[in-house]
Ligand binder design. Structure first.
Ligand SMILES: *[C@@H]1O[C@H](CO)[C@@H](O)[C@H](O)[C@H]1NC(C)=O
Ligand SMILES: *[C@@H]1O[C@H](CO)[C@@H](O)[C@H](O)[C@H]1NC(C)=O
Ligand SMILES: *[C@@H]1O[C@H](CO)[C@@H](O)[C@H](O)[C@H]1NC(C)=O
Ligand SMILES: *[C@@H]1O[C@H](CO)[C@@H](O)[C@H](O)[C@H]1NC(C)=O
Ligand SMILES: [Zn+2]
Length: 528
């Protein structure tokens, strides 16, 4: 290896010397004239600059005119970005921001760029899932301390949690009261730390631990199994969601759109609530939070079904969704299908159910927010989910990881302004891309597609609500020359492509703008 590298350097050096010699000889010969159509050096450099700026002007955020303060902050960001990139590129060192999030997380948090992005008003998070939005710390330190919480260790060696008045017989996974287990432990701190580690997707490096998308998804699904039962308990879900809003607010996010089941929430006595109750639970909690935080715009919800259910089940959910849309037109946004796309049913499988609303009167219209193209399998049924999502008039596309491979569909997305919700850390940890600089969405960010950055399931991998994903988008999905305008446009896009109504959107943008101006002034003062 070393010998090859040295040999390569020698060859390159030799070529470079030859080139210099040639240049010198050329310069000594007759002066270069602009004969015919050739450029002289000056003309060449001018043409080079024209092409370069044409290219740069196409990038997301490039059209934004930055004011004096913003330019100062831009310089601070670009200085660190350049340093980090050049240290790695020229000294041939590992580029930490693009590594597995397991390895980069702590390092990221020490950078100035991270601190700036944490404080930055980021607008909305538009792609999130119900059971993975509140920090594991709070989950362990708060929810597992409640009454009637049980744990058991399943055959795969993972701790499952649940809530019962009296636990059922469960020989494969024997239920024990968490309170008693914790009391019997030598150290409460250690018990809680172990419990947290047992649940976290990030307790080992997913990129080395799991051999690919499928095994990563198996572990990911286990996370939902571990925490899911507690979060179907209505009172626990309400508190969990309120805490999520608190954490998003603290992460300087102004508004969220959340995908969740909405049906099947229970009480500890076995009562099962209907769908309207589920939607109201979220609506009330969101309103209560807003009443105490005037600078937060709350949440709206999207019902999400599972893409392994039968057509009949999905049809029933679509009917439920239509009725929720009628009942809560300002809060209930629409419908989506979730779970690992690769092996499960494509949208086409559910076509009859999904076409149902459009075959009815306009009043029944049901907006869709489909996950589509979260795959590397080009040209397969799953890849074609993109096609069906678009033909079913999806409002936005979840992930759209495969979109750049489909120029016709990409044109469609751009011309109709259908936003793609990009979740970079999720894509990496679930096995779509290891070095984040190779993320498939990069070409579309470089071409100002309607894109937003979100975080998918930040709590599962111990990321902050939105800051870490914005950080990797900035450091890995955009060029060294791309600065504050990119981040600003991402924040603006998140509100522009939200499902807020026109009136709410205006209010959201003006709230965001005033926060933005304060942020820029404060950040310049703090980080100059
Ligand atoms: C989870 O906890 C169980 C019970 O303490 C233990 O046997 C298992 O090794 C832990 N697994 C992980 C992945 O931490
Ligand atoms: C858990 O959170 C709730 C708010 O949701 C709070 O009132 C309560 O004091 C917390 N309990 C613990 C044990 O931290
Ligand atoms: C939501 O709030 C309304 C009005 O206070 C109340 O009638 C309803 O029962 C609440 N629903 C839930 C699920 O908490
Ligand atoms: C999608 O929208 C187009 C244009 O408005 C319309 O012609 C088409 O029928 C819609 N498709 C569905 C499935 O609703
Ligand atoms: Zn998702």
């Amino acid at each position: 290896m070393v010998v090859t590298a040295v040999a390569t350097i020698v060859v390159i050096a030799a070529l470079a010397t030859a080139a210099i010699v040639l240049n010198v000889q050329h310069a000594d010969a007759t002066p270069v004239r602009n004969k015919g159509r050739g450029y002289n050096t000056e003309e060449y450099m001018a043409a080079r600059q024209r092409l370069l700026s044409k290219e740069q002007k196409r990038a997301l955020g490039a059209e934004l005119q930055l004011n004096k303060n913003e330019l100062q902050l831009n310089n601070i960001l670009l200085k660190e970005k350049k340093e980090i990139m050049e240290n790695s590129r020229l000294d041939r060192l590992t580029y930490t921001p693009a590594l597995s999030f397991f390895k980069s997380k702590e390092w990221i948090e020490k950078t100035t760029t991270f601190k700036i992005i944490r404080k930055m008003p980021k607008g909305a998070a538009l792609h999130l899932h119900e059971p993975a939005i509140t920090s594991l710390d709070w989950f362990v330190k708060n929810l597992t301390y409640r009454e009637n919480i049980y744990m058991c260790t399943d055959k795969d060696g993972f701790i499952l949690l649940n809530i019962f008045l009296t636990p059922p017989q469960n020989p494969d996974c024997v239920w024990k009261l968490v309170k008693e287990e914790r009391m019997a432990a030598t150290s409460v701190e250690l018990f809680d730390a172990k419990l947290r580690q047992n649940i976290s997707f990030l307790s080992t490096d997913p990129l080395t631990k799991y051999s690919g998308t499928n095994s990563a998804w198996d572990r990911f699904n286990k996370y939902f199994e571990q925490v899911g039962s507690l979060l179907f308990n209505a009172p626990l879900l309400r508190d969990y969601f309120q805490q999520a809003l608190q954490e998003f607010w603290e992460d300087n996010v102004q508004y969220i759109e959340l995908r969740g089941a909405m049906f099947g929430y229970t009480e500890v006595d076995g009562t099962i609530h209907d769908t309207a109750y589920g939607v109201e639970l979220y609506k009330n909690a969101s309103e209560e939070f807003i009443s105490k935080h005037a600078d937060f715009l709350g949440a709206k919800v999207i019902m999400s079904g599972l893409r392994f259910k039968s057509e009949g089940v999905i049809r029933n959910e679509v009917l439920q969704a239509i009725s929720m849309r009628r009942k809560f037109p300002d809060f209930f946004l629409g419908y989506d299908l979730v779970a690992q796309e690769d092996p499960l049913n494509p949208l086409l499988f559910y076509l009859d159910a999904l076409l149902y609303p459009t075959l009815r009167s306009l009043d029944d219209a049901l907006p869709y927010f489909f996950h589509a193209g979260e795959t590397k399998w080009e040209g397969t049924d799953v890849d074609e989910n993109l096609l069906d999502a678009l033909l079913l008039n999806t409002t936005r596309i979840g992930h759209g990881y495969a979109l750049a491979k489909h120029p016709e569909l990409a044109d469609f997305v751009k011309s109709r302004g259908i936003a793609v919700e990009v979740n970079p850390i999720s894509n990496q940890l679930l096995g779509l891309v290891s070095d984040l600089r190779n993320h498939a969405i990069v070409p579309l960010l470089a071409d100002d597609f309607p894109l937003v950055i979100s975080s998918d399931d930040p709590a599962a991998w111990e990321a902050l609500p939105l800051t870490h994903d914005f950080f990797v988008a900035f450091m890995d999905l955009s060029g060294q020359d791309v600065g504050l305008g990119f981040l600003k446009k991402l924040a603006i896009n998140s509100l522009k492509y939200s499902a807020l109504n026109t009136f709410e959107k205006e209010a959201a943008l003006s709230l965001w703008q005033s926060k933005w101006d304060t942020f820029v002034t404060e950040a310049v003062a703090e980080f100059s």
